[in-house]
Each structure stands twice: as structure tokens, then as C-alpha cells.
Design a protein around this ligand. Structure first.
Ligand code: PLP
Length: 392
């Protein structure tokens, strides 16, 4: 099926956090929400409608279709020979990571992340009484890199029990290379640190393909947890689904115990129906097309900024539909002035400070660009006009 991603949707009927018309000013474009703005695939809507047709919504039983769908997606799309037995339902990426953190660490232990970081990693770690240890990524002219010396220092701390790897990375759009993943696997083995991989953005990779961390070595497979969710790719975040994939049987038992401890298997009949439709092969055409559309958006965005707003430097992403913009060239001395610049132009973005506590987010913003092209163009034209004003 051919999907039309140029279509602008009516968002007024939903209770969308991004399109919250209780707070959005008329005409504002919310490029701050980490979601796309496209209709979800037809098979998902059909699957959910079929459930809605049932006359009763009583206690459900679930089948192996859920795990089979998740495993088949990883096999077909990410070249990982994933076994359905390794898959367990969770109600979102962060809950899945939290169960893994609880399984391998105690209060007071350290959990490693990279900065800038998706902030719920921080709040979840802290709410679990674990201590954050943050290794800054190096934002270079030609890409985003790990600081290996700093990473090793943090891995080698005996209190560090787990590393949350966000791959592809929100907000920078970095997609790890095989060499990087191998190096992480060697560090994990040397210091006995579990690697928990958030692959929620893995279906939007522009160059080559995404490599699932567990495929890079036997150690990586046996000492990692991968968390996936069709929420981003298919715009179905509202169903609150997700899956943790844990090849190591012993570790899986620990994680399942944590899930059981809070009776955390909060599957819903509609969520499971949507998840299965996304991943079991019915929506592969959509995934190909949406990734190609986002890639074209990125090319458009990059060319536009270079030509029309050179004060804003796009950190070229390898993946994702969010990007990290270096806005220091606009010359604002305060982050609040930078945020006002965007808001006054009618374009809502997320402040770089929300991704970092060390100051490296100052002068940066994260922009989501998974919009119909006409809306992306409109946003960029507004920013170009605003930039022209401040050049005067
Ligand atoms: C890196 C990352 N992980 C997790 C999530 C949220 O995942 P979920 O849809 O499972 O709530 C987001 C959403 O912004 C994200 O960017």
C-alpha cells in the first residue's frame, strides 16, 4: 500500500500531549513532541477496530502471537536471530529499562548514561534510588562520538552496574557503528556491566542499517537487554506497549520477577492487537515508506538551514526524526532568549537544557521533524524570517 505522508491530520479530536489545544496558541507548530505527525498504518486501525467490535471487553488471555511478532520484526528488520521465548511485554520503553535496572542493581549503585540524554532515563534512575553517572558524547564537526576514556573510567567504577545505551540516540540521531558496539561489548565484559539498549528509534536509520547490540558478540547477547516499541515508527504511542528482549535465561528470570512484583503486565486487548499488527509483517511497507519520507525531510532541513539560516547548525543525524540544533550562532546569551526566539516564530522546540545538566545543552535545542513536508517548510520559513529580523 502507498501511504500519503503529506496529508495534514485533524488532531483536535485526540487528547494529544503534543497537539494540546488547551495550551497551543493558534498556528503554533509543536516540533517539541517526539512523535511523527502521520496517520498510523491501515492494518493497525483495522486490528483495533476489530477489537472495538467485540461486545464485551472482559479479562483477556494472550497468545504467543505477541512474542512471535516482536521476534519476527527483529529478525526481518534488524538481522537478529531473536527467539520469541526471550520476549516479554512491558508497557513502554522506560518501564522495561526500569525493570532491568531493578534486576541488576541495588539502591546506591550507579547507572551509566550518555549526555545529552532523554530526560526520563534520569528521572527513572533517580526515582529508583540509583545514582546517575553521565558520560558526555563529543559533538564534532563530522559526527557524534563516545569519549572512550571517560566511558572506561565510568564502566570501571565497581558501583556501575548497568549502561543505558540509546541507539539510535535521542536527541542527536547518532546510530552506533559495529565497531562502537563491539567496543561497548568489550567494556561490558571487562567490568561486568549490563548493557540495556533502547532501540525505539531503530527503524529510522538513513545510512546502512541499524545493528542490534546483542548481535555483535556472544558476550553482548548474554549480557544485554533490548527494549523495543512500535510507538515511534507507527505513531501508536497511546497504546502503551513495549517489549523487553532478554536472551540470557537467568537474567530474564530476574527481570520477570521484578515485573511480577508489581503485577506489571499491563497488557490491553487493543494495545496487543496494535503491537502485533505493527510487527508481524502487515506494516513493513509503511515502515519503509515512513523512513524514506523522514530521510527526505532531513535532507530538506539540512539544505534549508545551510542556505537560509547558517547561524543554526544541524548536527547531521544518522537516524531518528529528532535532531540536535546548535543555535549558538544566533548570538543569544541566555537559553531563555533562544527559546523565546523559537516560540515567537510559532515553532515549539525542546530546550537543550532538558537533555543535560552540565551546561552542554546551552545554545542547543532539539527539533522533531517527522511532519508533512508542507508543515516542515512552513516552520523553516518562519524561522528564516525571524533570523532575518535579528540580523538587522
Ligand atoms: C529514546 C526514547 N526512549 C523512549 C521513549 C518513550 O518510549 P515509549 O513510547 O515506550 O514511551 C522516547 C520517546 O520520546 C525516546 O525518545
Amino acid at each position: 500500500m502507498q501511504y500519503d505522508f503529506n496529508r495534514i491530520l485533524d488532531r483536535t479530536r485526540e487528547r494529544s500531549k503534543t497537539w494540546d489545544f488547551r495550551t497551543l496558541r493558534p498556528g503554533q507548530l509543536p516540533m517539541n513532541g517526539a512523535e511523527t505527525h502521520f496517520a498510523c498504518p491501515v492494518p493497525v486501525r483495522e486490528a483495533v477496530q476489530a477489537v472495538a467490535e467485540w461486545e464485551v471487553y472482559g479479562y483477556p488471555y494472550f497468545t504467543e502471537d505477541f512474542s512471535n511478532a516482536a521476534a519476527s520484526w527483529m529478525q526481518r528488520r534488524h538481522g537478529w536471530d531473536c527467539n520469541p521465548r526471550w520476549v516479554e511485554f512491558v508497557s513502554g520503553i522506560v518501564p522495561g529499562i526500569a525493570f532491568a535496572v531493578q534486576a541488576v542493581s541495588q539502591p546506591g549503585d550507579k547507572i551509566l548514561i550518555n549526555t545529552p540524554a532523554y530526560d526520563p532515563f534520569r528521572s527513572m534512575v533517580e526515582a529508583n534510588d540509583r545514582v546517575l553517572t553521565e558520560s558526555p558524547l563529543v559533538i564534532g564537526e563530522d559526527g557524534v562520538f563516545f569519549d572512550w576514556e571517560d566511558m572506561e573510567r565510568r564502566f570501571s567504577d565497581p558501583l556501575t552496574k548497568a549502561f543505558i545505551l540509546c541507539d539510535p540516540h535521542n536527541p542527536t540521531g547518532k546510530n552506533c557503528t559495529e565497531a562502537e558496539l563491539c567496543r561497548i561489548s568489550r567494556l561490558s565484559e571487562k567490568y561486568g556491566v549490563l548493557v540495556i539498549v533502547d532501540e525505539v528509534h531503530a527503524d529510522f536509520v538513513f545510512y546502512g542499517r541499524h545493528i542490534s547490540y546483542p548481535t555483535v558478540s556472544d558476550w553482548a547477547r548474554n549480557n544485554s537487554v533490548v527494549v523495543i516499541n512500535p510507538s515511534k515508527t507507527f505513531n501508536v504511542a497511546g497504546f502503551r506497549t513495549g517489549a523487553v528482549i532478554v536472551p540470557n535465561e537467568e537474567l530474564r528470570a530476574y527481570i520477570n520477577k521484578k515485573i511480577l512484583a508489581v503485577k506489571g503486565i499491563s497488557r490491553t486487548i487493543t494495545g496487543v492487537a496494535a503491537f502485533e499488527a505493527c510487527y508481524d509483517g502487515r506494516c513493513d511497507d509503511y515502515a519503509d515508506q515512513v523512513c524514506a519520507y523522514i530521510y527526505d525531510n532531513e535532507q530538506y532541513l539540512a539544505a534549508f538551514l545551510k542556505e537560509r539560516i547558517p547561524e543554526i547548525r544541524l548536527i547531521r543525524p544518522d537516524a531518528c526524526f529528532v535532531c540536535w540544533l546548535d543555535c549558538r550562532g544566533l548570538g543569544f546569551t541566555e537559553q531563555s532568549q533562544l527559546m523565546e526566539f523559537f516560540t515567537n516564530a510559532g515553532v515549539l522546540v525542546t530546550s537543550g537544557e532538558e537533555f543535560d545538566r552540565t551546561g552542554m545543552g546551552e545554545g542547543f535545542v532539539r527539533m522533531a521533524y517527522g511532519f508533512p513536508r508542507s508543515q516542515l517548510k512552513e516552520a523553516l520559513e518562519r524561522l528564516a524570517a525571524a533570523a532575518k529580523e535579528i540580523r538587522k
